[in-house]
Design a protein around this ligand. Structure first.
Ligand SMILES: NC(=O)C1=CN([C@@H]2O[C@H](COP(=O)(O)OP(=O)(O)OC[C@H]3O[C@@H](n4cnc5c(N)ncnc54)[C@H](OP(=O)(O)O)[C@@H]3O)[C@@H](O)[C@H]2O)C=CC1
Ligand SMILES: [Mg+2]
Length: 413
């Protein structure tokens, strides 16, 4: 593991630098300290589902106290074979609701029908984008001053996250800030029929938090009965050719019903004000990687992410004007189809209220249609203390869209 003193040197050097130089030093130190091993594109192996009965008994309980169950960090421990028995999603939902019985009910959100004239003979592909809030960051770093610590208890908060996933049943899940992959999401979601891939941040801020559960990172899950994995790349993003602490996963999937291929990607760009140029450079690197993976947009693309950037930022403009012909799906919820939602994250920190649009689902606008999108929570539902809360587990809202392929010739991608 890279030594913490190198990280501390970076931080102390940052204190005396201007922003451009600071970002350079930051990227440079990550490069020298982490070496080439983390740089190459590779996919983490995942376990396929077993053929047991649909007995749920203790499926959730097995993960409840997992953080104290082993001497090793949970993120290094492989799930035991018992974890591979299929689970009935309804039973898991019931079990989550039982854990959450003292909490207020979850919010009602409706899908907005956005169907166009494009006919589709195949079932839509439902994609969920969600920064689920890393447990270590929520408890140790984020400073959500209006959120009671009890609302963040992992044993319950994880049930709120699972409930959200089970309520919308996405075919593909693109998650950020996952710091409970190996002990919670991989074993449970694999039993629900998903194949998962996790790519941790090389120097996750979670590791600075006492009693952390390992690094946070991006995770991508897809339903194995709907898609076949064609190829997978774990990408460590660069900024001005230097390796950074931010990552992406890009996978080419083939739909089993239609035999059509598409690329799905998930990312989480650098946070905080003052880092706009850095984010922009990371976005350019991601676009370049996606150009290569889709062979210059020959196959349709969906890119989900917490871009940590408002629509006014350069990185957003790069995506909107890219030769990959992308559109942002949640714009379609606006009256004119041209405006992003007013917020995708809303929290109160010591510095005050933070209401921003940072999360996006980009898609190939000629090759794919958005058939529907899940409406956001209203200000009234979010409530005066904002997010996270007793009835919503993250400071970011989930975005969910149903896509279908347009019956267009390949040339129009
Ligand atoms: N980046 C920096 O300026 C500094 C970073 N470090 C350390 O460097 C390491 C690398 O971090 P890096 O990947 O660059 O981190 P980022 O700056 O990208 O942020 C990491 C996490 O912090 C959250 N975050 C964003 N704004 C705030 C805020 N105002 N207060 C608290 N949390 C916030 C982000 O959540 P979301 O995406 O949901 O907004 C994100 O998940 C970490 O150990 C970090 O502690 C140390 C000093 C300065
Ligand atoms: Mg966060």
């Amino acid at each position: 593991m890279a030594s913490r003193w190198q990280h501390r040197i970076a931080v102390s050097m940052m204190a005396s630098c201007d922003v451009g130089r600071l970002q350079f030093v930051y990227a440079l130190l990550f490069e020298v300290s982490l070496g080439p091993g983390l740089v190459s594109s590779s996919s983490f192996p995942v376990c396929s589902m077993g053929h047991g009965t649909s007995r749920l008994y203790s499926a959730l309980a097995k993960t409840l106290n997992s953080s104290t169950a082993s001497q090793h960090p949970e993120y290094l421990v492989s799930p035991d074979p018992e974890h591979l028995e299929p689970i009935d999603p309804k039973e898991l939902l019931e079990e989550c609701r039982a854990v959450l019985h003292t909490r207020p009910p979850r919010f009602q959100r409706d899908f907005v029908d956005l169907r166009t004239d494009h006919p589709s003979s195949h079932p839509p592909i439902r994609v969920m984008q969600w920064n689920i809030l890393a447990q270590a960051l929520g408890e140790g770093k984020d400073n959500f001053v209006q959120c009671p610590v009890e609302a963040l208890k992992w044993e319950e908060r994880k049930c709120l996250i699972l409930e959200e996933i089970l309520a919308y049943q996405p075919d593909i899940l693109c998650l950020q800030e996952v710091d409970h992959y190996f002990d919670t999401f991989q074993p449970l979601l694999s039993r629900l029929g998903y194949q998962g891939t996790f790519f941790p941040k090389p120097w996750s801020p979670c590791l600075d938090v006492e009693h952390n559960n390992g690094p946070d990172g991006c995770a991508l899950f897809f339903l194995q009965n709907r898609f076949k994995l064609v190829n997978s790349a774990n990408i460590r993003l660069t900024a001005m050719t230097l390796k950074t602490n931010q990552v992406a996963i890009a996978q080419t999937l083939e739909c089993k019903e239609s035999s059509r291929q598409f690329c799905i990607a998930v990312t989480h760009l650098k946070a905080r004000t003052g880092w706009e140029r850095f984010r922009s450079a990371q976005g350019c690197d991601l676009l370049q990687n996606l150009q290569n993976i889709t062979q210059g947009a020959k196959i349709p693309l969906i890119v989900c992410g917490d871009f940590n950037a408002e629509p006014t930022e350069e990185v957003y403009k790069h995506f909107a004007s890219s030769s990959l012909n992308l559109n942002s799906a949640y714009k379609l919820l606006s009256a004119d189809g041209q405006s992003e939602p007013p917020y995708t994250t809303w929290k109160i920190r010591t510095s005050g209220e933070c209401r921003h649009t940072l999360d996006y689902i980009w898609y190939s606008k000629h090759a794919l249609s958005v058939r529907s999108a899940l409406d956001l929570l209203t200000e009234e539902q979010i409530g005066p203390n904002r997010l996270p809360s007793f009835n919503y587990p993250s400071d970011h809202l989930s975005l969910v869209c149903d896509f279908s392929f347009n019956e267009e010739p390949d040339g129009l991608l």
